[in-house]
Design a protein. Sequence first.
Length: 348
Amino acid sequence: MKTTLSILALFIIGLNQAIAQDLGEFKPDITKYGLSNIRKAPKKIYISSFNINYEVYKDAVDYKAAGGFRNNKTSEATARAAVGLGGVQTADIQAAADKLYLEFVSDLNAAGYKIITIDQAENTDIYKNWKKSSGPYIIESGMPGVLTVIPEGYSFMYKGETKSGKKKKGFLGGVGVPAALSKQLDDAIIAEVNLNVMFTEDKESLFKGRAAKVKILTNLRLVDAYAITSEKKTGFIRLKGATTVDRVNSNITFYQGKTGLGSKGQYTVGLKKPLEINNVMGKEKIVAYQKAGSSSQTSFSMYSEMDLASRFSTTAKWIDVDSKAYADGLYNACGTLLKTATSNLKSL
């Protein structure tokens, strides 16, 4: 055990040194149970998901409702900020994703695992009436401002699509699917890859007073756990200022076997903190601010001002980046986590 940990420590140190010029501090987060089941499992792996999501646009809104009482009133105010990436070419992103997938498969093969093909997996009972999709392509992820890239040579099964375009993985987000799939594939290991590269983050605005305020910070990174927020634009009831939240994590998980709805063994490699991607874009702050109108009674008239019309303020910005530098940053960050996962799997 000590030898394995020493090898892992040396691997991470060497990896950090190799990527220090392009990436921030890399701190993997490893969770595991039932490792003996993974060790004893057939040396076969089915890659049920290989998702690389990357953000290209962010739209944020804040709303201050009209208020006040009796002789002192304020108007409603809305502030909106938006920022987008310019210059990113789909061909560069596709090439990075293709390379990441090929290296992931190669590393699994080098660790002694045979890859189960989609042709075998799609005939299992769990995938009955599911649909198949094959790369290469880039498509809207169903999360606002975020695209998904599917590598060349990779195919996956999905239950259906939501109205926003998200691919469904089954009931309750696919609970129990990896375990059932492992059992139906003769106890093979099921791999799920979820990688999310974001360039914005919300910054809470405190002490706004009678105003609406939005603040967006730019920070290109492979996220650990992150909530993607956006204005709610659909639904039966739409309240002003209401937002949607999509929660994402960057991790690689290996499942094995089935017990109840869960797996007998599970090994997950994620991040303790975001892995920042340097030398691609600067850190900026985009702010939209709108003060509410007000009115108050004076001795000269009923109100000094009847300034209660709705107020709206918007700030929008495009940030141009070098496409190849962006794609290289995505490749380096995602590849760092992927290689850590495959290296650990080999040393279990």
